[in-house]
Design a binder for this molecule. Sequence first.
Ligand code: SF4
Length: 688
Amino acid sequence: MDLKFVQTTCPYCGTGCTFNLAVKDGKVVGSTAYQRSPVNEGKTCPKGTYAYEFVNSPNRLTTPLIKKDGKFVEATWDEAYKLIAEKFKGYKPEETACLSSARTSNEDNYALMKFARGALKTKHIDHCARLCHSSTVAGLAAVFGSGAMTNSIPDIAESKCIFIIGSNTFEQHPLIGRRVMMAKKNGAKLIYADPRYTPTAKQADIYMQFKSGSDVAILNCFMHEIIKNGWEDKEFIANRTTGFEELKALVMKDEYSPENVEKISGIPAAQLREAAELYAKAESGALLYSMGITQHTVGVDNVKSTANLQMVTGNLGKPGAGVNALRGQNNVQGACDMGALPVVFTGYQKVIDPAAHKKFEDAWGFPDGIAPAENGYEVTTMVNVMSDNPGELKAMYIMGENPLLSDPNIDHAKHAFESLEFLVVQDIFLTETAQIADVVLPATCYAEKDGTQTSTERRVQKWRKAQDPPGEAKLDWKIIAEVAGAMGYADQFAWETSEDVFNEIAAVTPSYHGMNYERLEKPEALHWPCPEADHPGTPILHTQKFATPDGLGILTAIEWKPPAEVPDEEYPYIFTTGRTIWHWHTGTMTRNSPTLDNEVPTGWIEINTEDAKELGIAYGEKVRAITRRGEVEVTAKVTKDIMKGVMFMPFHFAECPVNRLTNDALDPISKIPEYKACAIKVEKIQEA
Ligand code: SF4
């Protein structure tokens, strides 16, 4: 058999595993292990193993589509470009907006960021990091000066005690879960906090089942116990931090004693004491978190609290430690690094900084300037503006995102997006969002392009082209460059290859400055910051000092606040959401992978056994889940694995859309929605 093997990086989670795509007769037909990756060492989870299946799905978009009389008709690229250019030129810059994508490459994100600020001249660009880890970027940047995972994935295996809160690591980042197991094999202990008894919980030495939304109280309680017993790292606190006295005064309040936090969180006081002692006395402690921490109206407070605990215990800037924010999508770190955010250019250079603004204006050379040096709207703000003030935003360009399934309170979001006069969606499938677009542009997936993505550990890795795209589909950055060309900006987007785009990124981005495609060829690739061509990259941040102006980490006194919506008589249960190991986000890719879709063909709601008994609901029955936003019919999964009083649904399934239920209340700083806690009631559906 004439097979070719092409090494590439997984397009699903932020772990950044490498595998080989098997290619026969010019088509991707399977995948095999690539043993030399230091991230996954030849192993993959089910999603990675079957990531080849959606590539040649018959549902792929193959030609541009233009909506005429409410129906899509096939169009040529020239027709599509002409229409898009004419339409966007007819709007004022501030009436337009772009949504970039954590699923596409760094090169694609950079191209859309440049297109937004340079061709459309709009300051409104954002992407779905807003919905998953904007609290991480805001929270960690505020206290460490850098909003990223501090340590590397292999480093987790070096830890002596791992505390996971707000992350079902073994299902959502399985190859990071493997590092946790390697640490355990070396004698490390695992402390795990989650409302559900997940596969991660099954491996824990201490499993703390808690009420969603009580994270700050739990973390403050840990510090209360640690400081009360004198277990804090006094030297680290004295030499490397500021703000300890204010933090101490707050966490030592009786409110954060184990007895009181038991009342808030549901975790027994004795267990809180035991976990705090185990963690404080460990030689090194790595804290891992994900969206269970970030997706709250107190998301930034939650993130800062994880940083507080790590600074108080001296667990930063050394192996086996760190604040390890596990980023969700394959390139959510990279999309943020590329400035697909409303407040920064690449490498977090602030748009309101006159020097940074001039640097990009000069580097790009648009004859009529770029967007003003002002912050734009976050995607969640865009939705509220479109809904509350129709006509303020009139046209939008979306690349590789599906907000009509992923946004909270989606009936509200759908109404908002439908208020646009003109919507362009560039994607690989006809998503729920693409269906309401005026123009749909067929793009390429990871297997059809060269490019880079940046994983959760800041490792910049290569995608390598394994096959041609289907039909007339094109590279995302190429499409954007050609739209810009139709608007009169061909000179500013005159790239020939993905490598040309990357070289421009490296030229304007200090943390990527020392990278090039040749250096990224080696299996270990490079972690940013990598400022010079001879710099080895930086797997562990903050080893000597933090990236704050005075080099000190900032301890922040943070009071616990309850979620925006808490259970009451009418909606008596806490509702939370998450993923399954078999699917990915809105299912665009995994539901087009027959093996994965066969494993878990639809969604469910988890109800505690005692709650189900009181409600008269049996396993497998259809129920109606209702919140103040809407209702969905879904199958009940009655289980002891979820805390009494809490209910859970996975968010991948359009036929039982979780986000019809979720709350769109926002964190005031990061503007992340509170997906992880709202109030719900469930009714048994009576037979007719
Ligand atoms: Fe892909 Fe993540 Fe699974 Fe690795 S752990 S194979 S990156 S989905």
